[in-house]
Design a protein around this ligand. Structure first.
Ligand code: AMP
Length: 300
């Protein structure tokens, strides 16, 4: 027993080597001091339950930023489903251990909900325009206002020069670019490649909620996207859509929420593939009750 408890203490001491801020005031003064050196600041906003996908963003941020602020905050206002919010994995201790192992010039901002929202857990409304009304915006009412609300606040606290976002959440990446334009925050938004499991499944904190069987079936999502990419040159968009729907209907575990082929800049759905513009295919699907999204560039 004694031995086990000693290990725990050492483990905890070790974790303290990662600088973790829970309050914006302390975070702010640390960053102000850092900025006096003239060095830049990068930010990687996350909801925790960190995985290789998050680490790939942090790694990219470190290449061009002297200090990287990783925020870990499960933002209540971007969840349209209370059950989803409740079951979202929260693994702060493991997250810190992972960051300690891999990185030395990053600090963590892990606030409580009250620190961000005081007593009013509500979203601000943003005029993101048409890009917010499709796909995730359509199926997750209020989601992007929630995303905008938290990121606007985080950018105000941290004042990063650059912020790094995964293209896995491609629509979110476009929304964030719009957000900094609307709010006139001077942050460069960098889109980072999608990091995948060996099976092709896009890494996600939600993958932890999948059974082994559901994980296996979920890897079909990327296989279908790859198939769509190869068919894009030869088949009509309508036929491709029909084929994708059929694939999902055949599957006992996956349930398609939407499949869309859209312009990569404004997310307008494409019905005629003879476009010179950049096109992307998007899928949202449930594996058992876990919601997964993924996307692929088709012609660029
Ligand atoms: P989340 O914690 O899910 O809110 O994600 C935080 C950031 O990590 C977002 O910018 C995501 O797009 C990004 N991210 C999550 N999963 C991946 C992945 N598999 N590859 C690249 N970026 C990712």
């Amino acid at each position: 027993m004694q031995f086990a408890s000693n290990i725990l203490v050492l483990h905890d001491l070790n974790l303290q080597l990662v600088q973790v801020f829970h309050h914006k005031k302390e975070l702010n003064s640390f960053i102000e001091n850092h900025k006096k050196t003239g060095e830049n600041v990068g930010m990687v906003p996350t909801m925790g339950a960190l995985h290789e996908g998050h680490l790939s963003l942090i790694s990219l941020a470190q290449k061009s930023c002297a200090l990287v602020v990783v925020s870990i905050f499960v933002n209540p206002t971007q969840f349209n489903n209370p059950e989803d919010l409740e079951k979202y994995p929260r693994t702060l201790k493991d997250d810190l251990a992972l960051l300690k192992k891999s990185f030395d010039n990053c600090i963590i901002f892990a606030p409580e909900v009250q620190e961000i929202y005081n007593d009013s857990i509500t979203s601000e409304h943003f005029e993101f325009g048409e890009i917010a009304s499709k796909m995730e915006g359509k199926y997750r009412a209020g989601h992007f206002d929630g995303v905008g609300t938290i990121l606007k606040r985080l950018f105000e606290f941290v004042k990063p020069d650059k912020a790094f976002f995964g293209l896995k959440d491609y629509q979110q990446y476009l929304i964030v670019k719009k957000l900094v334009e609307i709010t006139q925050q001077n942050v460069e938004i960098i889109g980072c490649p999608i990091n995948r499991e060996a099976s092709g499944l896009a890494r996600s904190s939600r993958n932890k909620q999948l059974s082994e069987e559901a994980q296996t079936q979920a890897s079909l999502i990327y296989k279908i996207l790859q198939e769509v990419k190869s068919e894009f040159g030869t088949k009509s968009v309508a036929d491709i859509k029909k084929g994708v729907k059929n694939e999902f209907e055949k599957n006992p575990i996956l349930k398609l929420e939407y499949f869309e082929i859209s312009d990569a800049d404004d997310l307008e759905p494409i019905s005629n593939k003879n476009t010179q513009n950049k096109s992307r295919a998007f899928i949202a699907a449930y594996a058992n009750n876990v919601r997964l999204i993924d996307n692929i560039a088709l012609n660029y």
